[in-house]
Design a protein. Structure first.
Length: 680
């Protein structure tokens, strides 16, 4: 039997704070063998990242390993000094972070940073290290590595920076590579490319991989084994196939129910009631007992051991596997009815019609002789219709124009050409020139609520602001209305007195939603509202949005790179590529053949939480072309796996319509409908 590279035995980690000691890791044990990808999953605050930093012996100053052992190749890292660890970091043990920008020096070319790992450990000369850096960039599928090594981090895309981080992590040929949420916030094709690289490395190297994530679909695809963490403990562990076939612990069951169904089954998602327990005041008995729908009296009296239930499949639960147990009443968050929908929703027809919309940035020539600066074609001839009370999802890779489309509709950027019609009114003007009534009826919720909530204003003040600016509420009624809005999004009205930094990410997102609904809007634009959230919090937000829409009749334009999320919430989907809508149709039409080849590629990249689900993989070559000089004809033809020849390069490419389903492609519908479904 192969000896494990990493053995963690009864590990305990405490953070010392002024208020109390935080027990972040509580008696955790696990092993990672050579050539194995071991996944660690759970909600934010469960201890995943603390585990990674403890293994690296790179905890914050107030963090302390208070018990247990971390054996790396048989040696206890807890006994190593800082200077001894410096010889291990990079050379024997590497780490790839969630945000590569935080680990890359903005003042050094990326090639220098990759090579530094080898030169610092005396593994190669500078020349040899730069040659190895070029070889590693080629290995992680970065084109023109000889040129890229001279670029600075800010000159590269997010996906390229992440691959730079992987190359740096591999430079010392480490025996253990720790990956901490390396694909969070990446679009599905970039994420798929990163996961492809990890799978290739797993096959080529004999290194051990510890992969930390909240995305169960990612682990289902690349993992060999899995640990599920809650409140600093491992509550379930097994091989990948066993866990997804039959999860034992109630927490694992609820995590899986929180994920939109990959086969498109509708209905409310199972959100996990309550929130993560306070690690300074852990409950007696099972640490999950405050949220568990299967809890019994015994769960409050004693803590269950982590023990084998079937083969090597273990769970920390007295009643696992749970068969025929009755669920207790759950206090899941459900939206309360707001008020009757706005007048715009009482009529018939579309609430929003976008016609031949273009938004170009820059251009107009240059002061330099003999030059003519071309504009960036961020949105290029887009048609879009949104009916009253329905949701249109907008999907595509980063840089495809999704956010620019939303900002143009909301009026934050002014259209270059085309028209935007809202409830029969032409609003193709800058936001400063729109009527007060229009400003009330169209709202937007951004990806990161932290950037839109004033940290110096309370939650109540943030929600009251649009009521004061646009509402018809007497000042004396605003506190009561604010409380009603907080209740409507499942928050305690007492939170009105708190500041944004005193709330969790999911709470802040609900505050942003409450503020958007404050003026009784007819249309809300959601720009990646769940991209950074745990699956359980994401489920809560999606259920909330569906409930609020049902009660108010408000229409949504929902932008996301997560096709599973878009599928769950949308009635229609627009697929964007390089500023164009290449496919539009009902959710069912877009997820079934005939597909546009780009849609087919996006669908094939979705990580789904089911290792047994048969999926067809389509790997796109190259990167998204420049929006300054887009390809002629079909803008996708430079990357299209189904390109038929020069016909794809001609201009223009017509829209092929079949009812509400529109595909912009030269390939006939008869040929496209023969394409094998991506998921089956």
């Amino acid at each position: 039997m192969t000896e494990p590279v990493l053995e963690i035995e009864d590990l305990e980690v405490i953070y010392r704070t002024d208020r109390a000691d935080v027990k972040a890791i509580n008696k955790v044990s696990m092993e990672v063998a050579p050539g194995e990808v071991r996944g660690v999953v759970g909600e934010s605050g469960c201890g995943k990242s603390t585990l990674a930093f403890a293994v690296m012996k790179y905890l914050d100053r107030n963090g302390e390993i208070t018990g247990g052992r971390i054996l790396f190749n048989g040696e206890d890292l807890k006994e190593k000094s800082d200077s001894e660890m410096e010889d291990i970091w990079g050379k024997h043990m590497g780490m790839i972070y969630q945000d590569p920008t935080a680990s890359l020096n903005p003042s050094l070319p990326v090639g220098e940073q990759i090579a530094e790992v080898a030169t610092a450990h005396g593994l190669a000369s500078r020349k040899g290290a730069m040659e190895e850096a070029i070889a590693l960039l080629d290995r992680v599928h970065i084109r023109d590595p000889e040129e890229i090594i001279n670029r600075y981090p800010h000159e590269l895309s997010g996906g390229m920076r992440q691959r730079i981080g992987i190359a740096a992590g591999l430079m010392g040929k480490p025996e253990l590579l720790i990956l901490d949420e390396p694909t969070t916030n990446l679009d599905v094709t970039t994420e798929a490319r990163i996961l492809d690289i990890i799978e290739e490395l797993k096959e080529d190297l004999n290194s051990a991989f510890l992969y930390i994530t909240h995305d169960l679909g990612v682990i289902a695809r690349i993992g060999d084994g899995i640990e599920v963490m809650y409140a600093g403990q491992v509550v379930e562990e097994s091989e990948i196939g066993d866990l997804f076939e039959e999860p034992f612990h109630p927490y694992t069951k609820l995590l899986l129910r929180s994920v939109p169904d990959p086969e498109g089954k509708k209905g409310s998602l199972q959100d996990i009631p309550g929130s993560m327990v306070d690690l300074t005041d852990l409950p007696d008995g099972c640490k999950f007992n405050t949220r568990c729908p299967f809890r019994q009296d015994r769960c409050f009296e004693a803590e269950p051991p982590l023990e084998e239930k079937r083969g090597s499949h273990s769970a920390k639960c007295f009643y696992a596997p749970i068969e025929g147990a009755e669920e207790t009443e759950s206090e899941g968050i459900r939206a309360q009815p707001l008020w009757e929908g706005p007048p715009e929703l009482q009529g018939e027809g579309a609430i929003l019609e976008v016609r031949e919309l273009k938004k170009y940035f820059g251009g107009g020539g240059s002061w330099l002789p003999g030059t003519n600066e071309q504009p960036v074609r961020a949105v290029d001839d887009v048609d879009l219709t949104l009916e009253r009370g329905e949701t249109v999802g907008v999907v595509g890779e980063s840089g495809c124009g999704k956010t620019t489309l939303a900002r143009t509709i909301i009026g934050l950027t002014e259209a270059t050409e085309g028209t935007i019609d809202f409830a029969g009114e032409d609003i193709t003007v800058d936001v400063s020139r729109r009527s007060k009534e229009t400003l009330k009826r169209i709202q937007i919720v951004f990806q990161d609520p932290r950037s839109t909530l004033n940290p110096k204003k309370t939650v109540g003040q943030a929600i009251a602001r649009p009521l004061i600016m646009h509402g018809d509420f007497p000042r004396g009624e605003i506190p009561e209305t604010t409380a009603d809005l907080l209740s409507a999004v499942g928050l305690d009205p007492k939170l009105a007195e708190r500041y944004p930094d005193q709330l969790s990410g999911g709470q802040k997102q609900r505050v942003a939603t409450a503020r958007a609904f404050a003026t009784n809007p007819a249309l809300i634009l959601h720009d990646e509202p769940t991209s950074s959230l745990d699956v359980s919090v994401q489920a809560t937000i999606l259920n909330l949005l569906l409930d609020l829409q049902e009660g108010s009749g408000t229409s949504y334009l929902f932008i996301s790179h997560d096709l599973n999320v878009v599928r769950h919430i949308s009635d229609y989907i627009a697929v964007m590529y390089l500023g164009h809508v290449v496919e539009f149709g009902s959710t069912e039409e877009v997820f079934s053949p005939p597909y546009h080849p780009y849609t087919e590629a996006l669908l094939s990249a979705i990580p789904v939480p089911d290792p047994d689900l048969r999926r067809k993989r389509i790997r796109l070559t190259g990167s998204v072309p420049s929006a300054v000089n887009p390809p002629s004809g079909c803008v996708f033809h430079t990357r299209c796996p189904r390109k038929v020849g020069e016909e794809c390069e001609r201009k223009p490419i017509p829209d092929r319509e079949s009812g509400s389903h529109v595909i912009r492609c030269v390939i006939s519908e008869e040929e496209l409908i023969k394409v094998e479904p991506v998921l089956s």
